[in-house]
Design a protein around this ligand. Structure first.
Ligand SMILES: CC(C)(COP(=O)(O)OP(=O)(O)OC[C@H]1O[C@@H](n2cnc3c(N)ncnc32)[C@H](O)[C@@H]1OP(=O)(O)O)[C@@H](O)C(=O)NCCC(=O)NCCS
Length: 171
């Protein structure tokens, strides 16, 4: 089946495992978007090569244009938790976000993964739309649970978060 990028005659980026050498370019991508509040943690993850088996970078013409940091929680190895997902502004809307998630799911380490999970702030309309569409592509509904741990957070300034789960089709 053709990827949406081919229909739009848009060059398809290479999606691959991240390495330490990607740190600077990925940090630049993160800082250019509005998700830089976790940038110190992102930098540590990149520089120490943490989570690389379940994370993805997308590269187009030698430039990093996408980043997904994801992991399998030790208490729930059948879940792929997407912690950070970012696509450069010029490359949005043509399937790169879903391509990165799907490419991680195809790896051997994700063979037993049964669901994709993430946390979405209640007012983050773009990310809600993205995951609704991703769920639709899997013939699934979003399972949404309010993040009850939020009341424990010191900062009350953040919008509340929901834990969102997309069950994957059984293959
Ligand atoms: C969310 C994000 C990763 C999606 O990546 P993408 O490559 O554009 O996503 P895809 O092309 O695979 O999917 C596009 C779908 O997502 C939805 N979507 C994504 N961003 C949206 C936005 N800002 N507003 C409305 N819908 C949006 C749409 O449903 C769209 O489908 P459509 O164009 O057919 O309606 C990207 O928009 C991004 O980097 N945003 C800024 C960073 C961010 O907020 N990350 C998530 C929290 S960590």
């Amino acid at each position: 089946m053709k990827h949406p990028r081919e229909f739009f005659q848009h060059p398809r980026p290479i999606v691959r495992f991240p390495t330490r050498d990607d740190s600077a370019a990925v940090m630049e991508l993160i800082n250019a978007c509005e998700i830089s509040k976790y940038s110190a943690l992102s930098r540590n993850i990149l520089q120490q090569d943490l989570l690389s088996e379940t994370s993805v970078v997308a590269e187009l013409d030698g430039q990093i244009v996408g980043w997904m940091a994801a992991y399998k929680p030790p208490h729930d190895l059948e879940t792929l938790f997407v912690w950070q997902l970012v696509v450069s502004e010029d490359e949005r809307g043509v399937g790169l976000g879903s391509l990165m998630i799907n490419s991680a799911l195809k790896r051997d380490i994700c063979e037993d993964v049964e669901r994709v999970q993430t946390a979405i702030e209640s007012d983050d309309r773009g990310t809600w739309s993205f995951f609704k569409r991703f769920a639709h592509s899997k013939n699934a509904d979003l399972n949404v649970v309010s993040d009850y741990t939020h009341s424990l957070h010191k900062s009350k300034l953040d919008a509340s978060e929901c834990i969102v789960t997309v069950p994957l089709p059984v293959t």
